[in-house]
Design a protein around this ligand. Structure first.
Ligand SMILES: Nc1ncnc2c1ncn2[C@@H]1O[C@H](COP(=O)(O)OP(=O)(O)OP(=O)(O)O)[C@@H](O)[C@H]1O
Ligand SMILES: [Mg+2]
Length: 146
């Protein structure tokens, strides 16, 4: 029986679609939901043994955190099931799998693709990693072809 779902969103239309499917499933099964947004730490690359490291994108700001919270709250608003929202820092796939384990969720719900524009592969790197490493079943939601 599905009692607790973990739904991961990254701000993309694909993840919103997945979140709405996940929330619909939660309503049908009377499950509680944890909605998760992971703020990725900017990649840091070594530039040489003496010169140290450079960041390849700007660090996360308070505004990023606020955007993530707003996004989760708006999804939670009309859920009609108990929803907990969480914003975590780290590597998205690792955080999703660790939280799924820690909370002993029955199902993880993710989009097939996320923010990246590429369409060559069915799965993005996060959904691919979660499918391989999650400690529980994973529902990967593809958007219907028009
Ligand atoms: N930062 C994140 N926080 C929470 N969930 C995420 C995050 N990034 C991705 N996801 C989840 O994984 C799904 C697939 O996204 P993924 O990042 O794998 O695809 P992509 O952005 O198209 O490709 P890539 O990131 O590999 O270039 C999203 O729809 C979302 O459910
Ligand atoms: Mg992505």
């Amino acid at each position: 029986m599905i009692q607790h779902l973990l739904i991961a969103v990254d701000g993309s239309p694909s993840s919103h679609h997945a979140a709405n499917q996940g929330l619909g499933l939660a309503r049908q099964t009377q499950a509680k939901v944890t909605l998760l947004f992971v703020l990725e730490a900017p990649p840091v690359i070594p530039v040489g043994p003496l010169s140290g490291y450079v960041m390849t994108s700007p660090p996360r700001t308070e505004a990023d955190l606020e955007r993530a919270r707003t996004e989760l709250n708006s999804l939670a608003e009309n859920a009609a099931v108990p929803v907990e929202t969480r914003v975590e820092l780290g590597s998205p796939a690792d955080v999703i799998c660790e939280l799924a384990e820690r909370l002993s969720v029955d199902l993880v719900v993710i989009g097939a693709r996320g923010l990246s524009a590429g369409t060559r592969w069915l799965l993005g790197s996060v959904s691919d990693r979660v499918v391989h490493h999650a400690p529980c079943p994973v529902l990967v939601v593809r958007e219907r072809k028009r």
